[in-house]
Unconditional design. Structure first.
Length: 318
């Protein structure tokens, strides 16, 4: 059975925010690996960008294996499927194992999740190559790749360092979102325009204006998250907007006449992108503790604390 995740307080009748921060991070990692695993097992992966890239592979195949490109291209599909299936199953295993991660002990669980995080990198980089090296897509995937690392480091490093690292991942993702919404450095996305038309029942001109507003808000919230007086409001907005844009994948591609036919890849994309809202929500709770509770952060479920001056081993942090 999975470790129990039940409501509990900290002994004074208030909710134990440490528990909820860890729960949000685990849920983010679980949905991320679950969605990616399903996409790999359903042949929705960018591995063909690598395995069928003649410019990258033709010379190595000929030099090391004496294999002509035409022969390789005609016989490589089973290889791609094997790699996809192995990777997909591994991600599903990581979606389960992440619930056993603890700030202290259980190194086997942390190690498996760390390997899974490394396995997410090819999806990130090959998606970037597939989009003609658009910098926006490179930035957008930072939070999806970095969420497992945030879970593994929570409770092991100082709270403010953890928050700053989380902010870096969050900032990259929201800046990438904003670039696509505004069309800054990338072609303006017609998919986003159609999303706004369908969701807000507006015309194309109205949809483009809305995207520009949403894009600049993405940029603004990144910097407001660094302003102590505005941090909680910024993270609350980011959590709402991240979850809303993730669920928009379902709302925009659902057609009542077709029921839910063909919706499975969009459902997977939705749960993968839940991290865009769940991680800012966890950051909101961390910021709330830092701002108001003045309570050392990083308490594990076993009660070990990594405060701003000590790590989990009790040593004074530099």
């Amino acid at each position: 059975m999975l470790p129990a995740c039940k409501l509990r307080d900290n002994g004074d009748g208030q909710l134990d925010l440490e528990h909820w921060i860890v729960l949000l991070l685990k849920l983010s990692v679980c949905t991320l690996f679950l969605g990616r695993g399903y996409l790999y097992l359903s042949d929705f992966s960018p591995l063909s960008v690598f395995f069928w890239n003649q410019g990258w592979l033709e010379k190595p195949l000929l030099d090391f294996f004496q294999l002509e490109w035409e022969q390789y291209a005609a016989t490589s599909e089973p290889l791609i499927r094997i790699v996809q299936n192995i990777t997909g199953v591994w991600f599903l295993v990581c979606a389960l194992v992440c619930w056993w991660v603890r700030p202290s002990g259980r190194r086997w669980a942390s190690g498996l999740v760390l390997i899974g995080m490394v396995g997410l990198m090819p999806y990130w980089l090959l998606s970037w190559v597939d989009k003609n090296y658009q910098f926006a897509i490179f930035l957008e995937h930072f939070l999806q790749w970095g969420t497992p690392l945030l879970l593994l480091l929570y409770g092991r490093i100082q709270a403010r360092k953890w928050f700053f690292l989380a902010w870096l991942f969050f900032a990259c993702t929201f800046i990438g979102h904003g670039q696509y919404a505004i069309g800054l450095g990338v072609p303006h996305s017609n998919d986003f325009v159609n999303m706004c038309i369908r969701l807000f029942n507006t015309d194309e001109a109205g949809a483009r204006v809305m995207l520009i507003v949403f894009g600049w808000l993405d940029f603004l919230v990144v910097f407001l998250a660094l302003v102590p007086a505005m941090r909680l409001y910024a993270m609350a907005y980011a959590a709402f907007w991240g979850l809303a844009t993730a669920f928009s994948r379902i709302l925009c591609h659902y057609t009542p006449a077709e029921d839910f036919y063909g919706m499975h890849p969009w459902a997977a994309e939705w749960i993968v992108r839940n991290a865009h809202g769940l991680v800012p929500l966890a950051m909101l709770l961390v910021a709330w503790q830092l701002s108001f509770r003045k309570k050392p952060l990083g308490m594990s479920h076993a009660g070990v604390v990594a405060s701003d001056s000590k790590d989990l081993s009790g040593r004074v942090c530099p």
